[in-house]
Write a protein that binds this ligand. Structure first.
Ligand SMILES: CC(C)(COP(=O)(O)OP(=O)(O)OC[C@H]1O[C@@H](n2cnc3c(N)ncnc32)[C@H](O)[C@@H]1OP(=O)(O)O)[C@@H](O)C(=O)NCCC(=O)NCCS
Length: 235
């Protein structure tokens, strides 16, 4: 198969044609585009107290229809990015794009099958405390002004069966350094975690971020006011 050089550093599964990013240290873990068949797999993970308690946006209980809604918007976004990269196939310089076409974390078994483990996504920050000090009230699209870098943020979760094995630390470092910085032009990130989320704070600190502050009662999450920790990074 003739691999599109614009996918670099993504690899392509020779059997399925699906692009993927392999984690730098956990070689049996890959990040692929979302698949329409994933929707039911989100349901058990996102209804688990060890996961949902630390996420602000998913509904609870998380139903199959929520998973279907999510994958039905995520898959076309990934397809659109891949089409954009295909269009640039013959361009000698690597195209800078607004997102990553892969975000679904999967463990590859010895027989070649894989299991869905979670999700990771770098997007433009939108929370007021993430944009604090930038003079921006929102970021509809990246500006890529070298003197005034866009603020990017992270969204992620992992199946509890795989917590504490260093997978998300590896996934975040891999995604940021292999795709975020070179292919999206990420130069600044501000990440919010819900107050008390020690695992997430460690993942972010281990990627080189500095703890900026804790804000009490910062946001309402499914009817309860929660505090947040804010962490910062600049290239
Ligand atoms: C946060 C989360 C993504 C971490 O993923 P993970 O793969 O388990 O994290 P890692 O194994 O890479 O651990 C990173 C560090 O955090 C520490 N850690 C992990 N879970 C922890 C916990 N519950 N309490 C304290 N420390 C924890 C690990 O010991 C490790 O630190 P170390 O290397 O200094 O020992 C995962 O726990 C998760 O999905 N949580 C629910 C959803 C969530 O919080 N998402 C983030 C939203 S901002």
């Amino acid at each position: 198969m003739d691999i599109n050089p614009q996918l670099h550093p993504l690899e392509v599964n020779p059997k399925t044609g699906e692009p993927f990013l392999r984690l730098l240290s956990h070689k049996n873990i890959i990040i692929t585009p979302p698949r329409l068949s994933d929707a039911p797999l989100y349901v058990s993970i996102l209804n688990d107290e060890r996961v949902i308690h630390w996420l602000s946006s998913p509904p609870y209980p998380y139903l199959l229809e929520h998973g279907e809604w999510w994958v039905n918007q995520a898959k076309p976004q990934s397809d659109k990015l891949l089409a954009e990269l295909e269009e640039a196939r013959n361009d000698p310089t690597l195209k800078i794009v607004d997102a990553c076409p892969v975000g679904s974390i999967r463990e590859v078994k010895e027989d070649g099958t894989d299991i869905f483990l979670g999700n990771i996504d770098i997007t433009l920050a939108q929370q007021p405390w993430e944009l604090e000090g930038t003079g921006r009230l929102s970021q509809p699209t990246p500006r890529r002004d070298p003197n005034d870098p866009d603020i990017w943020t992270l969204g992620d979760y992992l199946a509890p069966s795989h917590h504490g094995q260093g997978i998300m630390s590896d996934a975040f470092k891999t995604l940021l350094h292999q795709w975020g910085i070179p292919r999206m032009g990420v130069r600044r990130m501000v990440i919010t975690t819900l107050e008390g989320n020690k695992g997430s704070v460690r993942v972010i600190e281990k990627a080189g971020f500095t703890f900026r502050k804790t804000i009490e009662n910062a946001m309402q999450v499914r009817g309860t006011m929660r505090g947040v920790h804010v962490l910062d990074w600049s290239a």
